[in-house]
Design a protein around this ligand. Structure first.
Ligand code: COA
Length: 407
């Protein structure tokens, strides 16, 4: 692991800050990650189609992917991640729960309300779901900072959870995955202060989408790559126009990682765009979890951040550049300053345990699970498979039912 450069100057107010609020530090106080019951080795997937495994391992930068059991989904992973988080932080001050996902389980009701019940959160909270492909959690975090700026005593629980699912035998298949990241956003956070000066880019483009009647995403792979890179350079330019710092003042990066090679391409493009030398060592550690989780859509960039904070020892006071991309397409570039106490909050062992606890799934069983789409008009009891604290019990009276497992 390389050592970061000299520590940046202390956090300075953005030019548009007013004197009275420029001192308010808001950001991520703690975070926790959860994933699914099964794991599929991409080597097995490659072998089944006669593909060179190095296409996935080197070409895409992916080794494994999480696969949910029949009694798991975004809600069970989200509740597991949030439980781990809230066991450390408590729930005091939480008055908002924002659930970001692009693999929602209902067209109307927020998945956050199932989590709210499973975790026995107080009734005095607002709960809603946020959607814009893989970008949703960034919108939720930014909204949370606004809520806290207005009410500094409040905290916001943001959860990003997704099951990335493409058609069997499609080029997107090796870039599937599943996982959730729960974050507590608060004033004077322990982990990362989110700075002002965000850069934005939105255009209407059909690079990736999921029609209401489709269980799998549709994607124009080549277009999604260029749309991502275009959003990055546009968001960067806007970030600078908004008073963001020079590229040389950023010590580490975590970018959306639909597959980790994508973020390599992105940093290279940012280097070409800015004329700066941006070596892979500036983001390499952020790939550690995602290489083995697969794509977690809304949670992907935050899993990259979790890896940086968990696994790098000398980040206190350093600035991290974050680039969030959601097809369709919205991109946002922003920065955060790692807080002095960030090491005491690291949870590398817990993440490692979750990754290692996954049960390998054989190709035929994976394909059978992939093809399974539950009817919503018939009562269904799911089989008991997951060892997680919460499970999706099935459908009764057309409504989804979740329960604690006692784990
Ligand atoms: N050894 C090492 N690398 C290999 C290889 C081998 N035997 N065979 C191929 N590769 C490399 C290719 O050179 C390519 O790398 P490059 O892009 O750096 O040149 C990479 O593996 C992928 O190969 P490619 O032929 O482009 O893959 P593909 O057309 O089957 O699909 C995606 C790639 C990303 C388009 C596809 O996985 C997809 O659609 N994913 C979902 C959408 C997505 O994640 N988009 C990202 C933006 S949101």
């Amino acid at each position: 692991m390389t050592q970061p450069g000299p520590a940046p100057a202390p956090l300075h107010p953005h030019p548009t800050d007013s004197p009275e609020d420029s001192m308010q530090a808001i950001g991520i106080h703690d975070l926790a990650l959860a994933t699914a019951h099964h794991v599929l080795d991409l080597g097995d997937l490659a072998e089944s189609t006669g593909t060179d495994p190095n296409k996935y391992r080197i070409g895409l930068g992916q080794s494994l992917m999480s696969v949910p059991a029949p009694d798991e989904d975004i809600v069970t992973m989200a509740a597991t991640a949030a439980r781990t988080l809230l066991e450390r932080t408590g729930t005091e001050g939480i008055r908002t729960v924002l659930f970001a996902t692009e693999s929602g389980v209902d067209q109307s009701k927020s998945a956050g309300l199932f989590v709210h019940k499973l975790l026995d959160l107080p009734s005095t909270v607002r709960v809603l779901e946020v959607k814009q492909a893989c970008y949703g959690a960034t919108a939720a975090v930014q909204a949370a900072t606004g809520i806290i700026a207005r009410n500094p005593g409040e905290k916001v629980l943001v959860i990003a959870a997704d099951v990335a699912k493409y058609a069997l035998d499609s080029s997107g298949e090796p870039t599937q995955g599943a996982g959730a990241v729960a974050m507590l956003i608060a004033a004077d956070p322990d982990l990362l202060v989110i700075e002002r000066g965000s850069g934005l880019s939105s255009v209407d483009v059909d690079d990736f989408w999921r029609p209401n009647d489709s269980a799998v995403a549709l994607v124009d792979g080549a277009l999604s790559l260029t749309a991502y890179l275009d959003a990055l350079t546009s968001a960067w330019d806007d970030y600078r126009d908004q008073g963001g710092v020079a590229i040389e003042e950023i010590d580490r990066f975590t970018m959306h990682q639909p597959f980790t090679k994508m973020a390599r391409k992105a940093l290279k493009r940012l280097g070409q765009h800015t004329g700066a030398e941006l070596g892979d060592e500036l983001q390499e550690v952020s790939f550690t979890y995602n290489r083995d989780l697969g794509n977690t859509y809304t949670a992907s960039m935050w899993a990259g951040l979790a890896a940086l904070l968990d696994l790098e020892d000398d980040l206190a006071g350093r600035r991290i550049g974050l680039f969030s991309y959601g097809s369709g397409a919205t991109g946002e570039f922003f920065t955060g300053i790692v807080q002095p106490g960030y090491r005491s909050s690291r949870r590398a062992a817990q993440v490692q345990e979750a990754l290692e606890a996954r049960v390998p799934i054989a190709l035929p069983e994976y394909r059978e699970l992939h093809a399974r789409v539950l009817p919503s008009d018939t009562d269904v009891e799911t089989e008991r498979v997951t060892k997680a604290p919460y499970r999706f019990a099935g459908i009764r009276g057309r409504a989804r039912v979740y329960e604690a497992t006692g784990a």
